[in-house]
Design a protein around this ligand. Structure first.
Ligand code: FE2
Length: 130
């Protein structure tokens, strides 16, 4: 047995389709709001079907030197072609893509989790420097 974190998978988003990609604009400043875009499958598309899809993206922040992780929010993706006519017949799909508006006062690290209904929990990260 191990802590939950020891089972969260990671990798290079350029070759692993499950890893959440965190994009931050250039020139961010401490104490000023900016947009953080988080997506799954940017470089290597992840399937988006009734049988296989990304359920959610969750974003966390840890300030440098702090032992506390702050949960910033979660976006859920609930439509993947389901229909009374059968799987993938509904014609409605939502992609794992979310934008968070964030204001931070200290450097640190953003962490994102994504959850695939088949392949489990995945993590990506991005350093915050001002
Ligand atoms: Fe998957």
């Amino acid at each position: 047995m191990g802590a939950l974190g020891s089972f969260v998978k990671t990798g290079d988003f350029k070759s692993e389709k499950h890893v959440p990609v965190i994009e931050i604009p250039n020139g961010i400043k401490a104490g000023e709001e900016f947009e953080v875009k988080v997506s799954v499958g940017r470089d290597v598309p992840h399937p988006n079907t009734t049988e296989h899809f990304i359920t959610y993206i969750q974003l966390f922040y840890k300030a440098e030197g702090s032992g506390v992780v702050t949960d910033l929010g979660k976006a859920e993706f609930l439509s993947h072609g389901e229909s009374t006519a059968g799987p993938n017949k509904g014609g409605v799909y939502v992609s794992p893509y979310a934008v968070f508006k964030v204001k931070l006062s200290k450097p640190g690290t953003l962490y994102a989790w994504s959850y695939c209904n088949i392949h489990g929990l995945w993590e990506g990260s991005a350093d915050i420097r001002f």
